[in-house]
Design a protein around this ligand. Structure first.
Ligand SMILES: C=CC1=C(C)c2cc3[nH]c(cc4nc(cc5[nH]c(cc1n2)c(C)c5CCC(=O)O)C(CCC(=O)O)=C4C)c(C)c3C=C
Ligand code: FES
Ligand SMILES: [Fe+2]
Length: 430
């Protein structure tokens, strides 16, 4: 991609956008109608005094083709924030990845040859930025980036692209690390932030002509680190559940059990004090409240790997046990991931519904949020509130787990918390 310098950004700012005059007050999201604060003045322009702003979607990623499965697993098993293997990490990690590759390759082959997460992440980020250009013109243009932890585009590549696009030059510009995990876990969002912090430090001081352009140390970072009960997220989940409930005959509908299913955590991580189980429960409670508390429900946990104890009850056991008890109407709701992946398309659809429930017509899954416009509006609202707040990260993010002994976590949290001062100092690029 051609390098976009700050001059290019400045030139774009100086030239009124042809569409600037047509920036009409956007339609308020359904879950915010009646709230006048959402609507920006109609006179704002496309390029604002604080722009451009990079919006970086962080997620674990997934292999887009079966050929990428090995490198995906290799990166995953090498991540000490996810699977700590001590000083043998770099030796045992690749061995575990190699052993697991054929089984996981087959699962990706069975869901169409790869993970759709890159496609959805790029779509969500691009659409969200279009909305943000209208609702937050002062920080426009908003430029979408995707940084995956284990698959392409990796965090390192995203960072290089950011620098090649002109961030890091002049006054550095503003970038927002936006986790795509609604609920915070040190094994997911924490790991992505540690990786971002690592590459920032490696590229700090790098000047044009070296391996990367610009100076990564100049970029002012902030983080959207969790959003478990955001009204738009809750609304998007609730609407999908209502859509699935509507497929049951009216006389059965009220007795359908809602099974909220989230990726489990090893008990060692839970006992370290990881915030994820409580935040997933908060999402479940908010969705149930939005649904009027009209249904029986359970929060259950899926995708355990390896022999150590994991948080339960397990999704598959729960479905089998309820079926045995005569409850055959159940809706599975993936509540901790916003796009489709093997946990939904393979584990829930093929294993839990297809095998455990023997394809019983009463056991269904709600569709994932993927390209849902209510969800994308919610993402834009989260980003707008974050940009308006002037805060670098949530207060909660600055508190380490009671059992945390990771130097990476300490340094990463200190770095992001300190960014609030840089934000206050201004972020203009020119
Ligand atoms: C909120 C989501 C997730 C949490 C929390 C999480 C924690 C976690 N995961 C492992 C180990 C593995 N996870 C694997 C795949 C995988 N994990 C998630 C999400 C969360 N993981 C997803 C969406 C996926 C699949 C990606 C896709 O594209 O479909 C794997 C690899 C697959 C396999 O070998 O079974 C492992 C291993 C741990 C140990 C952990 C918490 C510490
Ligand atoms: S493991 Fe949670 S802050 Fe380090
Ligand atoms: Fe996982």
């Amino acid at each position: 991609m051609a390098m976009r310098t700050p001059i290019a950004f400045a030139a774009r700012r100086a030239t009124p956008s042809s569409s600037a005059a047509s920036f009409l007050v956007p339609c308020a999201p359904r879950w915010r109608r009646g709230n006048a604060t959402v609507a920006p003045p109609a006179t704002q322009s496309a390029a604002g005094s604080k722009g451009p702003t990079a919006i970086v979607f962080m997620n674990m990623g997934g292999p887009s083709t079966t050929d990428e499965v090995h490198s995906f697993l290799s990166n995953l098993f090498s991540d000490a924030d996810l699977i700590p293997l001590g000083r043998f990490q770099n030796y045992i990690g690749p061995l575990l990845a190699k052993r697991r590759t054929p089984k996981i390759q087959k699962q990706y082959a069975d869901i169409g040859g790869g993970s759709p997460i890159r496609k959805w992440s790029e779509h969500q980020a691009a659409e969200m930025c279009k909305i943000l250009d209208k609702t937050s013109p002062e920080t426009a243009p908003h430029k979408p980036y995707v940084a995956f932890r284990y698959a392409n585009p990796l965090t390192e590549d995203m960072y290089k692209q950011l620098l090649a696009d002109g961030f890091g030059q002049g006054k550095g510009g503003r970038a927002v690390a936006f986790t795509q995990y609604p609920q915070y876990s040190c094994s997911t969002t924490g790991s992505s932030l540690n990786e971002l912090w690592k590459w920032r430090a490696r590229f700090e001081g790098a000047k044009a002509g070296q391996s990367v352009d610009g100076d990564a140390g100049n970029i002012k970072w902030s983080v959207i680190d969790r959003w478990p009960t955001h009204a738009g997220l809750v609304e998007a989940f609730a609407q999908n559940i209502e859509k699935t409930l509507a497929t049951y005959p009216p006389e059965r509908r009220d007795d359908v059990i809602l099974l909220y299913s989230a990726h489990s955590l090893p008990m060692s991580v839970v006992n370290r004090g990881d915030p994820y189980p409580a935040e997933v429960a908060a999402t479940v409670h908010a969705v149930n409240q939005r649904l009027g508390m009209k249904h029986k429900y359970r929060l259950v946990w899926q995708s355990q790997v390896g022999p150590q104890p994991w948080l339960g009850a397990q999704t598959s056991d729960t479905v089998k046990n309820f079926m045995k008890k005569g409850n055959t109407d159940m809706i599975l709701i993936p509540i901790a991931f916003t796009s489709d992946h093997i946990e939904t398309l393979y584990e829930l659809d093929k294993e839990v519904i297809g095998e455990d429930a023997e394809g019983h017509e009463g056991v269904k899954r709600v569709e994932s949020l993927n390209g849902n416009p209510v969800f994308i509006e919610a993402l834009a609202d989260l980003a707008k509130s974050h940009l308006d707040s002037g805060v670098a990260c949530s207060k909660q993010m600055t508190l380490r787990c009671p059992g945390c002994v990771s130097e990476r976590c300490r340094a990463q949290k200190e770095f992001f918390a300190a960014q609030t001062e840089s934000l206050a100092a201004g972020v203009q690029n020119a």
